[in-house]
Design a protein around this ligand. Structure first.
Ligand SMILES: O=P(O)(O)OC[C@H]1O[C@H](OP(=O)(O)OP(=O)(O)O)[C@H](O)[C@@H]1O
Ligand SMILES: O=C(O)c1cc(=O)[nH]c(=O)[nH]1
Length: 183
């Protein structure tokens, strides 16, 4: 494992893992919660996230843009946008709203025009995969070609299987064992 990823794992373990009783997006209960926003919005850690995620998706050919369902995915997309440039990759970013905007241009997918473009859906933490699937539905409506889903931390609770069953490659950078959490 490279040093950047080791540093990122250390930051997540130290500041983003909370133990207790939590209700998740899916309504499921959990004994720990990984609050990736604690690190994705930290100026010391965001560049590490960008580097690790650029590394994760760098083998996918001809990716035009990256992004996901607001808001967890937003700082991840921004990190990939900026570190991508630093690493010689030109990824645009987009944001998928949970609902289409009810004024202005009424868009659900904000950013560049994505019709016919190859895009990667990003996620900070994935449990059921429902959030990336919602992003994929919105992206299909604007004619984007989703070529993969890439997640910073996978909770090993079925997201991979659901995304792959829907026909999309699933990539993740960090798993539960990396964080010393029970599988
Ligand atoms: O795999 P899933 O079952 O979809 O769960 C994971 C999602 O939950 C969190 O977002 P949340 O729904 O709390 O919304 P937020 O990003 O607006 O805070 C997280 O950022 C993921 O998007
Ligand atoms: O499933 C979720 O809602 C969820 C789990 C988790 O660990 N972190 C998070 O931000 N969301």
């Amino acid at each position: 494992m490279n040093t950047t990823k080791q540093q990122l794992i250390a930051h997540i373990s130290e500041t983003a893992v909370f133990h207790g009783d939590f209700t998740l997006t899916s309504g499921k209960k959990a004994s720990y919660y990984i609050d990736l926003r604690k690190v994705s919005l930290d100026y010391r850690v965001a560049p590490l996230i960008g580097q690790v995620m650029v590394d994760l998706i760098s083998e996918i050919p001809d990716v035009y843009a990256v992004g996901g369902l607001t808001m967890g995915a937003d700082p991840i997309a921004a990190a990939v946008l900026h570190q991508g440039v630093a690493l010689g990759k030109g990824y645009h970013a987009f944001v998928v709203r949970k609902e289409p905007k009810d004024h202005g241009r009424g868009r659900q997918v904000e950013g560049p025009e994505l019709e016919g473009k190859r895009v990667v859906v990003l996620e900070d933490t994935s449990t059921t995969g429902g959030s990336p699937l919602a992003a994929i539905e919105a992206l299909k409506k604007v004619g984007a070609e989703v070529v993969g889903v890439a997640v910073v931390v996978d909770r090993n609770t079925g997201a991979k299987e659901i995304i792959e069953a829907a026909g999309y490659p699933y990539y993740y950078a960090i798993g539960l064992s990396d964080l010393g959490l029970p599988q």
